[in-house]
Design a protein around this ligand. Structure first.
Ligand SMILES: [Zn+2]
Length: 902
């Protein structure tokens, strides 16, 4: 009855406009239960002038077994914009594989005509220093909020990008009061696909394999890659390393949408993010009122339409600021997020909900009270069903109804949204004045300024103002030289600066969180960043800089030069840029005149300086002429023949290592089981790096399980599927390297190769007996430590792995690697670095049970036959984040032949 009333309300308005009867019929047929649709989306206008998605694609969004390639989506949006004065498409730059990233704008004709004016209004509200309070009030009264919606960040979550085409068309053409009001009061912007490269690869894979999936028990695994480097970590790219996330951030800082909304797929039937605990207390408290305001309205409206399974809590929390949509809340806007139920494609399937999530994992309930995803809870008043048929159109209906409901709320309160945005921006400035933390200093004169350059460039990328002090800086924390970098907190993004630079104090150790608990940039970079509680920092003369580039220097003349190793990650780049030059490293520190030459510096003959000088200068390194040839022990720094081993089933963390190696210009072969099983690895390689692959030793060896009764899962390019076979190819990605692969790795090391394992991959040599005296175990179930930053103690300070590290104790990210153990007799020799453990060793974030890691090895160097296995229990190349640890990996590569130098 309730449902019928709604239908009447909406239908009576809809009647005045011609609707597409075929749409209504088809959608009704594809919707698996009558309650899985709402009166907002059960109809679609038929326009004689503006093309619908079906007019261009030949099918309706949400149709069974239809997924749209990115180029066809762009074709649709361009066709829509060409015919509708209410739509505009702009390009914002290209992806890794050359696809165009776009933003689609939808609004009233007037809004689209006046986009530049609207953009300026929001820019003014985003920086309250630019306008008076009275001017701000005027702008709020006439401006329109931009509501930005993003689909397709995660390529396996295929539904949202289909839905968004229909949404754009509906917003442009429908004349119901609801849609008219949205069009008049809100500017809707759309990222059709946040990861376009991954979209096409996934659609290729879907048409090749997954279109035959008939149920959740016989699904084909997904493709080995989405985008070029990383899978779902494109939603964890806190420092914006990837091109697609950089493009979006660049656009964001131009347009300042007060709301950004990410559409994901996983949970039954629709979870709408409410910003639950643990919450980051540095963000504006207004945000924590806004988030449940929206999610409760959606839950209430959709429940009113009779749609079951809309809920608001017990999934993602508000702790980590690294999710893509946090771009908005970090900049005083509001991030929003849905998880809608999806089938990993467009096939209709019978789905089991209770405890039977995909891959056997219990769906939902994270941080909840354990009742499971179908239990009735205060945040889930009308739970999803225990089992049901579920179609892509169901998914479309839920998402589109949700988004239209959110837009309904926005269109009812556009001025509140704008006022909040302005107030949050203002509060950020005021909070910096009020303190207690007023700003940050990154002192000039640090031994390695390239890491300072990196921090400054990331802060600038995020729109944070950074000043360069003109004179000496005196604060109660200390005195800092002229040229120090000053980040004052009385700026619109002052809160964000604090979030990124402060130490993370987890609010309640009994709570769990969805991602990392720590990300403190200074610690992650092992750079000196000083937090200041002195209000005087706000008055330090420090003109704002656009960017900071370290210029390297070469001083003096002599027969030899030393490029000083102060731990810059650019040292490895230099080595490869001058790969033909004979470079040696001094194994101990020495003095040349007054100049300290740290161990690990590159000793280069004067004859090579013509070649080396430009590289040294552009890489921000420091070279000095030596008075005489060094007399300390030295070894050649020879670039190895390097391989990176990747499974087919877990390429993401390998991708981060690939990204870092590409960034720092380290050449390598990416090898898979196919190459390993060919054998003779030692003939081809000196070093093989086995990155963390997010799984234990067995997973690394046996990898993707072959699905039953299916042909081999080839990942190969063909005329039909052009996006497959990139970054590696295989006639069958299942089965792993198996025991024969283990034997080949063992032979490689025995024959003198160096194998370097990172994080959880370090359980592989231990458990499969390549390092037979090393044991790897796990922490107890009570132990809980999502990515805190902890102390590590370097025991073999002169080992080449630690060249560039001047302190004995260094901050490292806890990587959930194995608890390693070696026999007492080998400890002194093999344990290069260890975790002191205990609560006092936790520098940022949460580690529950910190005694369990007490004195456990953090880096082991284990001789095997003629070779070496270096086992990192840490992950010295974690995302684009722990830059301070990268050097340990790079040193292992560059000095592979001399790791025994100590
Ligand atoms: Zn997702």
């Amino acid at each position: 009855m309730r449902r019928l009333l709604c239908l009447l309300t909406f239908a009576s308005f809809a009647f005045s406009q011609q609707m597409d009867p075929d749409f209504a019929r088809s959608v009704k047929e594809w919707t698996t239960r009558p309650e899985f649709i709402s009166p907002l989306v059960d109809h679609l206008p038929k326009s004689s002038t503006v093309p619908s998605p079906k007019d261009i694609l030949g099918y309706y969004p949400g149709a069974p077994k239809k997924l749209t390639y990115y180029a066809d989506m762009l074709k649709y949006y361009h066709a829509l914009a060409a015919k509708s004065p209410r739509v505009k498409v702009i390009d914002i730059g290209k992806t890794d594989e050359g696809r165009e990233c776009v933003i689609v704008y939808v609004g009233s004709e007037e809004s689209i005509r006046n986009l530049e004016t609207e953009r300026q209004y929001l820019a003014d509200l985003a920086d309250p220093r630019k306008v008076s309070e009275a001017q701000a009030r005027e702008i709020i009264a006439k401006a329109k909020p931009i509501y930005h919606i993003m689909g397709g960040l995660h390529s396996a979550e295929t539904g949202p990008s289909e839905m968004l085409m229909e949404l754009a068309y509906r917003l442009a053409t429908e004349d119901t009061p609801l849609i008219q009001k949205i069009r008049d009061n809100v500017i809707v912007t759309i990222t059709p696909v946040a990861e376009p490269d991954g979209r096409d690869r996934y659609v290729d894979w879907y048409y090749k394999y997954k279109i035959n999936d008939t149920g959740e028990d016989n699904e084909a695994p997904g493709p080995p890659y989405w985008g070029k480097y990383i899978f779902h970590d494109n939603n964890r790219d806190i420092n914006y390393s990837q091109k697609t996330t950089q493009r979006l951030l660049g656009w964001y800082l131009q347009w300042h949408p007060p709301i950004m909304h990410e559409l994901h797929e996983s949970e039954p039937f629709m979870y709408t993010f409410s910003g639950q605990a643990p919450q980051n207390p540095t963000l504006d408290p207004i945000l924590y009122g806004e988030l449940p305001w929206f999610s409760n309205f959606e839950m209430e409206q959709m429940t009113k339409y009779g749609m079951p399974g809309v809920w608001t809590h017990a999934f993602v929390d508000m702790w980590s600021p690294g999710y893509l949509g946090f771009m908005s809340s970090n900049h005083n806007g509001m991030l929003r997020m849905y998880e809608t139920f999806g089938n990993g494609g467009a096939n209709t399937m019978h789905r089991h909900i209770d405890g039977g999530g995909r891959g056997g994992a219990p769906a939902g309930g994270r941080g909840g009270r354990g009742g499971g995803p179908t239990a009735r809870e205060w945040y889930r008043p009308l739970p999803p069903y225990r089992e049901t048929d579920w179609s892509q159109r169901d998914n479309t209906n839920y998402e589109e109804t949700g988004v239209l409901t959110a837009l309904q709320l926005t269109s009812a309160f556009p001025q509140i949204i704008l006022e909040n945005f302005y107030q949050k921006s203002k509060n950020s400035i005021e909070d910096g004045k009020k303190g207690p933390v007023h700003g940050y200093v990154i002192p000039a004169g640090q031994p390695d300024m390239t890491r300072v350059e990196q921090i400054v460039s990331i802060l600038r990328l995020q729109g944070i103002e950074v000043g360069h002090s003109t004179g000496e800086v005196q604060l109660k924390e200390g005195t800092y030289p002229a040229g120090s970098f000053i980040i004052k907190r009385d700026q619109p993004y002052g809160r964000l600066a604090k979030i990124l630079l402060e130490k993370q104090v987890f609010p309640d150790p009994s709570l769990t969180t969805y991602d990392d608990t720590a990300w403190t940039m200074g610690l992650m970079s092992e750079a000196n960043v000083v937090e200041s509680k002195d209000a005087a920092i706000l008055d330090v003369p420090a003109p704002l800089i656009d960017k900071y580039e370290v210029h390297g220097t070469v001083t003096g003349t002599g027969a030899y030069y030393a490029v000083l190793d102060h731990g810059s990650n650019n040292m490895v780049t230099l080595r490869y840029r001058i790969k033909d030059v004979a470079v040696r490293a001094n194994e101990q520190e020495f003095k040349s005149g007054d100049q300290e030459i740290p161990a690990g510096s590159f000793i280069i003959p004067a004859s090579a300086m013509d070649q080396a000088r430009p590289a040294i200068e552009s890489l921000g390194l420091t070279a000095v002429a030596l008075n005489a040839a060094p007399t300390v022990a030295m070894h050649d720094v020879k670039p190895p023949r390097l391989a990176v081993y990747s499974t087919w089933g877990s390429t993401q963390e390998v991708g981060w290592v690939r990204y870092a190696f590409d960034h720092y210009e380290i050449p390598y072969d990416l090898i898979f089981k196919e190459r390993v099983k060919q054998g003779n690895l030692r003939d081809s390689y000196d070093v093989i790096v086995v990155p963390n692959q997010g799984r234990g030793a067995k997973g690394l060896v046996y990898d993707v399980e072959a699905p039953k009764n299916r042909p081999p899962l080839a990942y190969e390019e063909s005329d039909e599927f052009k996006s497959l076979g990139m970054y590696g190819s295989s006639p069958d990605i299942t089965g792993g390297m198996g025991l024969e692969g283990v034997v080949e790795f063992r032979k490689f090391v025995q024959a003198g190769g160096v194998m370097v394992t990172l994080g959880t991959a370090s359980s592989f040599p231990a458990e499969f007996g390549i390092t037979r005296d090393v044991d790897a175990s796990r922490t107890s179930p009570q132990f809980y430590a999502p990515g805190p930053i902890v102390e590590a103690e370097i025991l073999h300070t002169s080992n080449p792995i630690f060249y560039g590290y001047s302190e004995k104790t260094v901050p490292v990210r806890w990587a959930n690697g194995p608890l390693l153990q070696v026999p007492q007799k080998d400890r002194e020799q093999e344990v290069l670095m260890r975790f002191p453990g205990g609560d006092s060793s936790v520098l940022s974030g949460l580690m529950r049970g910190a005694n369990e890691i007490r004195n456990r090895p953090a880096v082991l160097d284990v001789p095997v036959g003629n070779g070496t296995v270096v086992l990192f229990a840490t992950n010295p190349c974690y995302r684009w984040q722990n830059f301070g640890e990268f050097g340990m990996l790079f040193n292992s590569v560059m000095h592979y032949d001399d790791l025994k130098a100590r």
